[in-house]
Ligand binder design. Structure first.
Ligand SMILES: [Zn+2]
Ligand SMILES: [Zn+2]
Length: 408
């Protein structure tokens, strides 16, 4: 690993291969930097320190200089200059890995990283399994979703710890039963008086204080990938995170955070809120609860910036871009897919034929009662519920509106 500085340009780390002059990259699932040309391996210089949490109050009190929108990298191998807002990427001309020295950019520095574990071949396998398991996906999709264009990207995330104390007001509901009298008419038209038990709820005012310590509440640090897609990639083995070390980024793209830590904390508080409300309900007791107001104070708030590894594949199908993400630790796949119109139509027709055949067979045997149920079962078997629901929906993708990750 060599460090380069060049006038006003961002200093960055370069990774020349000691054997052939090409460049080494971090090899997923290993502790080594490997040269893709000659196979030379060198150990990652592991950071000797533990992953630390940082005091949020201290961060908030310090003015952070505005980070440049983008910076220039000068490639240590070929000398080409690339302008980029990534913390790491490959040279656009020769493919050599470049990792920015974060401390020179005026940004909060990453504290921890979960290094890539799923390599390109394993990611390809996960993608193929995912495509095969999609009902009614067009056949061509299997060819389109190739792993070759997939990018290995580290996505910035914030984690927060906090001790919370919450004063709440609300109501405790207790059930009781009353006997009600009602009138019915019997089969001969005479009215009859009967009684029944009815459940009612009596409400009492309630208030109190609950406390809870939160550990590693994880929120996204980037707007470039939809939060609901990121959420589906969970859970992450956060306890396996290592202290930040630029070597792990060599050969991958790393996005800068564009969610400031203050906004990250607000998002984390929103994730804490339902947990706290649940605590209030338990504290209120009774049969049912209403929580009217919760005032929470947060003490000992700490944070860290964490980089999580994701493979991002974008493919074009029918002229539309679709995005698929693969968790590079667990191989979990989250993605958008097109639906095949003719496959769904054929399946519906086939289902109807099967249903008609069953009805005909059953009626021919003189058992009309179960024909409907059997036909319904046949339609269910064909998986038509899922298809019909998506077919009818105005948005024809599994999810829509994902900003397509810019391909560098
Ligand atoms: Zn080499
Ligand atoms: Zn280069």
């Amino acid at each position: 690993m060599a460090e380069l500085t060049d006038g006003g340009r961002a200093a960055h780390h370069a990774y020349p291969c000691a054997q052939c002059g090409a460049a080494v990259e971090f090899a997923a699932g290993t502790g080594t930097l490997t040269c893709p040309y000659c196979g030379h391996e060198q150990e990652v210089t592991a950071a000797v320190r533990e992953v630390r949490e940082h005091d949020f109050a201290a961060l908030a009190a310090t003015a952070r200089p505005a980070a440049p929108a983008a910076h220039d990298y000068r490639c240590g191998t070929c000398g080409a200059v690339t302008t980029s807002d990534h913390l790491s990427q490959k040279c656009g001309f020769c493919g050599s890995p470049m990792v920015a020295e974060v401390e020179t950019l005026g940004l909060v520095e990453p504290e921890a990283v979960l290094p890539f574990e799923v390599d390109r071949a394993a990611m390809q396998g996960a993608l193929q399994t995912w495509v095969r398991s999609r009902w009614f996906a067009p056949s061509a999709l299997k060819k389109v979703v190739s792993a070759e264009q997939a990018h290995g990207v580290y996505l910035p995330h914030w984690t927060f710890d906090a001790r919370t104390r919450s004063d709440y007001t609300g109501q405790r509901g207790e059930h009781y039963w009353v006997t009600e009298t009602y009138t019915t008419t019997d089969s001969e038209g005479r009215s009859q008086t009967q009684t029944r038990q009815v459940q009612k709820t009596r409400w009492y005012p309630a208030s109190g204080t609950v406390a809870r310590d939160f550990d590693d509440v994880l929120v996204t640090g980037t707007h470039r990938v939809m939060p609901e897609h990121l959420a589906k990639l969970s859970p992450w083995p956060l306890q396996q995170a290592r202290a930040y070390q630029p070597d792990y980024l060599a050969g991958y793209e790393t996005l800068r955070y564009d969610v400031e830590p203050e906004a990250g904390l607000e998002a984390a508080k929103q994730d804490m809120a339902p947990v706290i409300e649940n605590d209030c309900e338990r504290d209120i007791g009774g049969d049912v609860q209403r929580v009217h107001q919760v005032r929470t104070s947060y003490a000992a708030v700490t944070y860290k910036l964490l980089l999580l590894p994701v493979w991002i594949a974008t493919y074009l199908y029918g002229g539309k871009p679709f995005q698929v993400l693969v968790n590079a630790r667990t191989a979990e796949v989250v993605g958008e897919r097109p639906w095949s119109a003719w496959k769904i139509t054929l399946a519906v027709l086939a289902g109807l034929l099967v249903a008609a055949a069953i009805v005909w067979a059953v009626v021919a045997n003189g058992d009309g009662g179960s024909a409907g149920a059997l036909a319904e079962a046949a339609l269910g078997q064909a998986g038509l519920g899922e298809a019909a629901a998506h077919w009818a929906a105005p948005g024809w993708r599994e999810s829509v509106g994902v900003p397509v990750y810019p391909v560098v």
